[in-house]
Design a protein around this ligand. Sequence first.
Ligand code: GTP
Ligand code: MG
Length: 260
Amino acid sequence: MKEAEQTKEHYLPPIHDEEVDLKQLSVDGEELLHALVQEGDSAEDVYDRFNHFAELLMRYMAAIREVRTKFEVLNEEFSFRNSRNPIESISSRVKRPMSIVGKLRRRGLPMTVEAIEKCLNDVAGVRVICSFIDDIYAVAEMFARQDDITVLEVKDYIRKPKQNGYRSYHMIVEIPVFFSDGKRPMRVEIQLRTVAMDFWASLEHQMKYKKDSADRPEISAELKSCAETIAATDARMLGIRKRIEKLEKDRADSGLGGQK
Ligand code: GTP
Ligand code: MG
């Protein structure tokens, strides 16, 4: 058991690209303070505003925990029944405070806790990496069916990939989290993808930062072609799994189940 737990820890890294916890508040510290100041603020007002912001991030972190636990439970139950894991790993992150500020500014929204909760869908993000394509739909469906989950939006970039070749299944959900003063619905962005889709998305994301070269048509075409090769491989891997399952079932049905 001990070993299994250690392995699981290893498989479930806390966070991905925009990793933060509340320590990030001090990393972004001064810049964030400046962003939060409004005209006529006293020092106390600024302090309050900063605290509200910190409290909000704490609440999003709690929502992430709830979502992760649900996926972990589904994974354990599924692997108990089917002797394999539909989920390879889960990662999560709270958006960096200065990224939140940047998004509010770009959209012309006020720098308030209310605007963040009402208008931003991706402050809390959970990424679920699945083994096979059909696992994504199975896991997403089992999660969405739970009666405390409200699905606000779905973007199926697997059935309908983005122009650049990006594939993943996205859900914006609301999950109730219980705090000392009651229950609050919290919004979380969930991205489900296969290992192969994640491989492509991670590398494409890194290369995006080299904007001038990455935008060249021949580079985009090559990236898109890689995405298609990867999608074809995902489909073949699923085909192999299904063939093995059928062979195993036929063996069991013909009474050879116990024999090797
Ligand atoms: P914004 O995040 O506000 O731009 O909303 P949106 O409507 O564009 O959301 P969408 O569901 O399309 O994308 C949300 C997240 O998915 C992004 O923040 C990325 O993490 C991921 N994503 C979307 N498109 C791409 C892509 O082309 N490449 C990679 N690597 N990731 C992507
Ligand atoms: Mg986007």
